[in-house]
Design a protein around this ligand. Sequence first.
Ligand code: SF4
Length: 415
Amino acid sequence: MFRIVLISLYDMGTHGHRCLSSALKHHGFEVHNVYFGDKVIQDVPQTSEKELLSFDHLVQQLRPNLVGLSVTSLFSHPLAANLSSRIKSFSDAPIIFGGPHPTIVPRFCLEEANIDYVCIGEGEESVVELCKGLSSGKKADDIPGIMTKESRSYLQRNPPQVLDRLPFQDIANEHKYLILSDGSVIEGEPALRGTFYNTKCSRGCPFRCSYCSAAYLRSLCESGKFYRKRSVQNVIAELRRYLEMNPNCSAMGFWDDNFPFDLPWVEEFSSQYKRFIHLPFHIWAHPKTINDRLMGALKSAGLKSVISGVESASDRTRKEIFLRPESREDILKADLVLSKYGIEKTYDFITDHPWENQTELKDTFELLTKLKRPFKINMHNLFLFPNTDLARRAIEEGRMTEKEMIENIISNVPS
Ligand code: SF4
């Protein structure tokens, strides 16, 4: 049977990887899932030789016909490139990169890593088609959504439009391997050992922030919708299935780019979640989508915490530089609503970039004094990712070349 090894890098909670695994299994392929590392990449000082040797040994044993690496951002690129070279030294299996990073810079990946294919966008349909082709000896030149090393071009493919038709993410113990930093390998699904379950109710994002790859991914969607939601029944069925497999689960995380915010959907979700799941849960939400009725409904269902992007106190920076629609008043109103319902708050801010002056930066710190305590903050440096609107602007204004952006990000990750 055609055997695929899917690898995620320092991302045990990976949703995209597990969805792809499910889609491939659904079409009869044998899929093995390797979770490289049990931390997040920014917390790993250096990949250990023991981890790498265990990785080589495991992949050799699995004897794949195709290897897929999930590369979520440029931060993971050096490790993904290193692992690809190692695989090529002992295996003839073709290698494909998938995820947001290769989608944004596919040619860079094909030039800088020893790989054969890049999957552009959501991979369920493209990678299944690729595997069907490879397993019957066909070439992959004209599969929409797949760029090959030879062609360096690809045909567009819209993302799946009806999410309820896709199988649930792959949560099963069979053919799962977690490689730890001491080189040991734990067999079984990591998501079944913890007490926290991650999933998504939607794909895509309705907003278009200039620094975010979501806006670029939207531009790849030629027709059809970029922002898509699952039905409430479909989400609840997935959660119930998980609870049957792991009764120790004590909380859920919905890591949609933004949790769905249309009131009928949220009210139905809240009522079903309260009835069948009834566990604390955590979401990301844009300040524009935080209002009294939505948060009241979600709180009654168990909403415990919200992470929300404030990014800057300056209306000019948010509107003109970051292309975000919310005003300072929207942020303060959202903050009051979250406090009213006792929902834990974490706010993201972006500092350290050339488009904001000292006064605007001071405004950001002044805004912090206006938000109701308690709250947590995450301060982020602005990394410019190629092909985002802000990266293009930086290039036009002569601030940075694309090469410098890539080097800047790669120099910030462990080798
Ligand atoms: S709201 Fe978040 S996910 Fe959506 S475009 Fe902005 S930064 Fe990206």
